[in-house]
Design a protein around this ligand. Structure first.
Ligand code: AHR
Length: 522
């Protein structure tokens, strides 16, 4: 396919400082950036749940992406693909949100239990109008989570369901004694309760989840949440359906109207897209590239807007901000079902992921969970599959590289960077950084430089630490639209980074143009 992307993304390899398999062309190194990291001052923990995922009954996310059925020729365990499970495990997937999305508010869980050949079929009216056979239901999802070693996050049906239906779902999954729902679960082959903690009370209830006004939804949340019971020692973490993008009023009404002890978290959804003209995932020009980078940078202040509202009503940060849908949203790949939201994933997407994750880390006092949309074959996916083939996307690599931040302590930092990325009459900071210290005392720093052509010299001062070893990994490519395909699955992948200089408290290196770097210091 013809690539429209024409920015001269001359790759920087400065004095062989950085080992990369890029076409080694010359490019400019500009403005120094000075970063000071206070390694002994951190107090907030970056919850691993910030690195969560979302999988909806949409296109080939569930069916084909995870679920192939026990009789498939594709290597599987009880119907679930082994390659996908192994890849997600390797990235440390901490939680998985299911079954939607818009799908959640018309999903009736009882249709998805019992012998598979007797389950009623359903029409997925939101996504392509396809008929699903309900072969992937509660047991299959929770088996998937157990295989992944990840925490399930189940979204209940408020839009077209009932309080009774959701209440029974919690009982079915979580009650270990004798009860109609626990007995039914046992009849269906599962003796032990799963003890699921994370429960979403509806999804986008201002839109596909019932077109409710915020005041009305707040009352609905109170009703539904009342009957979602704690069983045994399991304490539910109930998450209220939240705002879209910059709808601060929705957040405010939830914080005002819902008693905070009923709500572990309040959700927020934000897609970094131009809804009028989403554009191609891989065939784009600098205008679209810049616009997307600006969306990603501006996501930080938008999060701050919601956090400010929450702080006003909950200064002690008891209610978590849960960004349970976020990511890029492009036109579907040519020739694919428009209702399946299947898109490619390029280096540009990796930047959106890396900047967003840095934003979440920096705001971990309030943001305790986030779920990129959507893990396999849909929107900003980690993984794409084609029958038995599977590839990892650049976004996957970001999640795998950033895994080092899971449950680590956020380190306060100052950045003074001269590098701006300007396009037309607009300008954004080119560099984004976040740092943490893990339980073994290792410090990790994740850096992104979105400038297409310019590298920057970084001097990083580690206050409170005498490091004697530094290693680094880098994710970059020779073009901003570089991506992995089934024919060329390894075009974009992390490499080790050489040439980082360490002198007691000072680390210096070149952060190449259009790159993501994660350093480890010990
Ligand atoms: O992720 C795709 C859709 O985007 C979800 O179903 C919905 O919640 C959101 O509008």
């Amino acid at each position: 396919m013809m690539k429209r992307f024409t920015i001269p993304v001359a790759t920087i390899i400065l004095m062989a400082a950085v080992e990369m398999t890029l076409a080694a062309q010359q490019s400019k190194t500009v403005a120094d950036a000075r970063i000071i990291i206070n390694t002994d001052l951190g107090s907030e923990v970056i919850s691993r749940h910030i690195y969560g995922h979302f999988s909806e009954h949409l296109g080939h996310c569930i069916y084909g992406g995870y679920w192939v059925g026990e009789d498939s020729d594709i290597d599987n365990t009880r119907g679930i693909r082994n390659d996908v499970v192994a890849a997600l495990k390797a990235s440390g997937i901490p939680n998985l949100r299911w079954p939607g999305g818009c799908f959640a508010d018309e999903y009736h869980w009882m249709d998805g239990i019992g012998p598979r050949d007797q389950r009623p079929k359903m029409v997925n009216t939101h996504w392509g109008g396809v008929t699903e056979d309900n072969s992937f239901g509660t047991h299959e999802f929770l088996d998937l989570c157990e295989q992944l070693g990840t925490a399930p996050y189940i979204c209940g049906n408020v839009g077209s369901g009932s309080v009774e239906e959701m209440s029974k779902w919690v009982e079915y999954i979580n009650f270990d004694g004798i009860s109609p729902m626990a007995d039914l679960r046992k009849e269906n082959g599962r003796d032990q309760a799963w003890g699921v903690q994370f429960w979403g009370v509806g999804n986008e209830n201002w839109g596909c989840g019932g077109n409710m006004r915020p005041e009305y939804y707040a009352d609905q949340f109170r009703r539904y949440a009342t009957y979602c019971r704690n069983y045994g020692d399991n304490r539910l973490r109930k998450i209220a359906g939240g705002a879209s993008s910059n709808d601060y009023n929705w957040t405010e009404v939830m914080m005002q109207e819902i008693p905070h002890q009923m709500m572990w978290g309040l959700s927020l959804h934000h897609y970094m897209t131009n809804w009028r003209d989403k554009g191609s995932a891989t065939d784009f020009g600098e205008d679209e590239y810049f616009r997307t980078m600006k969306y990603a940078v501006d996501f930080g202040p938008m999060l701050d807007g919601h956090i400010r509202v929450m702080d006003q009503y909950d200064p002690r940060s008891r209610v978590a901000l849960v960004v349970d849908e976020w990511g890029t949203w492009w036109d579907v790949e040519p020739g694919t079902n428009p209702g399946f939201l299947y898109q490619q994933n390029a280096l540009r997407d990796a930047f959106v992921a890396a900047i967003s994750l840095n934003h979440f880390n920096e705001r971990c006092r309030r943001i305790k969970m986030a779920n990129i949309a959507q893990t396999v074959n849909v929107l900003q996916a980690m993984i794409l599959t084609d029958e038995e083939k599977m590839i990892l996307t650049p976004t996957y690599h970001v999640f795998e590289m950033y895994r080092v931040h899971h449950d680590a302590t956020l380190l306060p930092l100052n950045i003074d960077s001269g590098l701006q990325y300007s396009y037309g009459d607009q300008s954004i900071p080119a560099v984004s950084v976040s740092a943490s210290k893990d339980i073994n005392g290792k410090v990790h720093v994740s850096l992104v430089n979105v400038h297409p052509q310019e590298a920057t010299e970084i001097s990083l001062e580690l206050r409170g630490m005498d490091a004697d070893k530094v290693t680094g990994r880098i994710l970059t490519a020779d073009a901003l639209n570089a991506h992995n395909t089934f024919d060329q699955p390894d075009q974009v992948h992390p490499e080790s980074m050489l040439g980082i200089k360490l002198n007691k408290e000072m680390v210096s290196f070149t952060l190449p143009a259009h790159s993501i770097v994660v350093l480890e210091l010990q």
